[in-house]
Design a protein around this ligand. Structure first.
Ligand SMILES: Cc1ncc(COP(=O)(O)O)c(C=O)c1O
Length: 428
C-alpha cells in the first residue's frame, strides 16, 4: 500500500500563484529541480532587479559574510551603512538626506508614519484608494487594494483615511481626486489630525497605475499648507524599476520622506526610509529601532546593486527595454480583444483583462509555456510584468512569444470590454 502524502509543515496562509521547486536561478531564469526552466518576469515581486544571483552582488555578499553576518546597529558602527546612505542620498532630493534602515516595505512604511507622528505631534494618516503598503496592522489599515488583505483582522488602527486616487490621468480625474482629498480633510478629519500623507507614485499591487504629476503636485501643496509630512512609497517603484532611480525623479515633486525596499538589495531583506534632516530632531534616540535593520550582508548586497544600477547607460537601457516590452504587448493586444489595457512605466508593465478568472487562466497558460507572471489590480484582473532590469531584448521577445502562445490556446471571451485609449498614451 502506498503511503499517504506527507502533510507539509508549511503554513497554508501563503497564496501560491506558482509553486516552482527551484534548483538554481540566474539572470532572468529559474531552473526547476525537474529540469524545467522558466523566464521569471515576477522577479520575486519586483525584488531581484539585477537578475537572479548577479555575480557582482553574490561576490559582495560572500566577502561580507566572511567578515560579519550581523552587527546590531545599537552596538556596532558599520561604515558601509554610512556609505550606503551617502550613495542613496545622491539620488534623493537634496533635503531628503537622512536615513533609517529596516527589513521590509511594511516595516519602513510604519517607520515613516512613526517619524511623522513624532515630527508633527499628530495621530493620523491619509492614503489613497488602490494603494498597497504592507501586511502589518497599520499598513493593512493603509491598504485598499483588496478587502481580502484586511478581512477578519479588525480592529485595525484608527485615524487612517483613504482619499480618492485618480483612476486615469485626465485633468478632470486629477481635479476630482484633489477635490475628494479636500473633502476628506474637511468632512472626516482636520489637518490637526493628520501626521502623514502616504502615496505610491505608481500603484503596484493596485495594478501598475501611475499617479499623474499634477495630482502629486496638488497633494504636495496641500501637505505643505497643512503642515503634514508628505511620504512617497517607492517600495516597488524605486531602484530603477520605472527607468529612473526613483519614479519621482525629474517630476519636480519633493517629498518629505521616501520609503524604499524590494529592489534595493537584489533579493536580500533591506528597507530604507530617507527623510528631511530637520524631521530627525523630533525622532528621539531609542523611540524607534529594530534588531536586523541595516544588516551588513544586506548592505553589501545593496552597495553592489547600486554599482550595477549606476553604471553609465544602465537606466537608459531599462527605459529602452520597457518601451520594447510595451510596444510588443500593445501589438499583441491589438490581436486579442481579451486584453483591455496595456500600460507601462519602465519595466513595470501591465496587461489588463476583463476579469480575474481570465487573467488567472492566461497566467497558468504562460507558466505552461515557461513564463512566470504575477497578478495585480483590485480583483486580480491584471497581469504584471516585472522582469529583472537586466533582462535582454531576446528574453523580452521570448516572453511575449510565450504570452502569445498562452493566449492562442484560449478562446477570446466576447468583447464586453473596451480598449482604454487613455493608457495608449504610454505606448508613445
Ligand atoms: C508600494 C509597496 N509598499 C509596501 C509594500 C510592503 O512591502 P513588504 O512586503 O516588503 O512588507 C509593498 C509590497 O508589495 C509595496 O508594493
Amino acid at each position: 500500500m502506498s503511503e499517504p502524502p506527507r502533510r507539509s509543515r508549511l503554513s497554508n496562509v501563503w497564496l501560491r500563484q506558482h509553486d516552482i521547486d527551484v534548483a538554481r536561478a540566474s539572470g532572468s531564469w529559474l531552473h526547476a529541480v525537474d529540469g524545467t526552466t522558466f523566464l521569471d518576469f515576477t522577479s520575486g515581486i519586483a525584488v531581484t532587479s539585477t537578475g537572479h544571483c548577479h555575480p557582482h552582488v553574490v561576490a559582495s555578499i560572500q566577502r561580507q559574510a566572511e567578515r560579519l553576518l550581523h552587527g546590531q546597529v545599537n552596538c556596532c558602527r558599520n561604515s558601509d551603512l554610512e556609505r550606503l546612505a551617502e550613495r542613496i542620498a545622491a539620488h534623493t532630493p537634496p533635503r531628503v538626506d537622512t536615513f533609517f534602515f529596516a527589513n521590509s516595505g511594511a516595516e519602513i512604511t510604519e517607520a515613516a508614519v512613526k517619524l511623522a507622528k513624532h515630527a508633527t505631534g499628530r495621530p493620523g494618516v491619509v492614503t489613497f484608494a488602490g494603494g498597497f503598503h504592507g501586511r502589518t496592522h497599520l499598513t493593512m489599515a493603509m491598504t485598499s487594494t483588496r478587502s481580502s488583505h484586511r478581512h477578519g483582522y479588525a480592529p485595525l488602527p484608527s485615524s487612517v483615511f483613504v482619499a480618492p486616487f485618480p483612476a486615469g490621468g485626465s485633468a478632470a480625474e486629477v481635479h476630482a481626486a484633489l477635490v475628494g482629498f479636500d473633502d476628506l480633510m474637511s468632512s472626516q478629519c482636520t489637518a490637526d489630525d493628520i501626521a502623514a500623507v502616504v502615496v505610491e507614485p505608481v500603484l503596484g499591487e493596485g495594478g501598475y497605475r501611475k499617479a499623474p504629476i499634477e495630482f502629486l503636485a496638488g497633494v504636495r501643496e496641500r501637505c505643505t499648507r497643512h503642515g503634514v509630512v508628505f511620504v512617497i512609497d517607492e517600495v516597488q517603484t524605486g531602484f530603477g524599476r520605472t527607468g529612473s532611480m526613483f519614479a519621482i525623479d525629474g517630476t519636480g515633486i519633493e517629498p518629505d520622506a521616501i520609503c524604499m525596499a524590494k529592489g534595493i538589495a537584489s533579493g536580500l531583506p533591506l528597507a530604507a526610509l530617507a527623510y528631511r534632516s530637520d524631521l530627525d530632531t523630533h525622532w528621539r534616540p531609542g523611540s524607534h529601532g529594530g534588531t536586523f535593520g541595516g544588516n551588513p550582508v544586506s548592505v553589501a548586497a545593496a552597495l553592489a546593486t547600486l554599482d550595477i544600477l549606476e553604471a553609465p547607460g544602465f537606466l537608459d537601457g531599462v527605459r529602452a527595454r520597457g518601451g520594447r516590452l510595451l510596444a510588443a504587448l500593445a501589438a499583441v493586444s491589438a490581436q486579442h480583444p481579451a486584453i483591455v489595457d496595456v500600460r507601462g512605466h519602465g519595466l513595470m508593465t501591465a496587461t489588463e483583462f476583463a476579469d480575474a478568472a481570465y487573467a488567472s487562466t492566461v497566467q497558468d497558460g504562460c507558466r505552461e509555456a515557461g513564463l512566470l507572471l504575477l497578478t495585480a489590480g483590485p480583483t486580480g484582473e491584471t497581469l504584471r510584468w516585472a522582469p529583472p532590469l537586466t533582462v535582454t531584448d531576446d528574453e523580452i521577445d521570448m516572453a511575449v512569444e510565450r504570452f502569445t502562445t498562452a493566449l492562442g490556446q484560449l478562446h477570446d471571451p466576447q468583447p464586453h470590454m473596451n480598449i482604454d485609449t487613455h493608457h495608449m498614451e504610454s505606448y508613445r
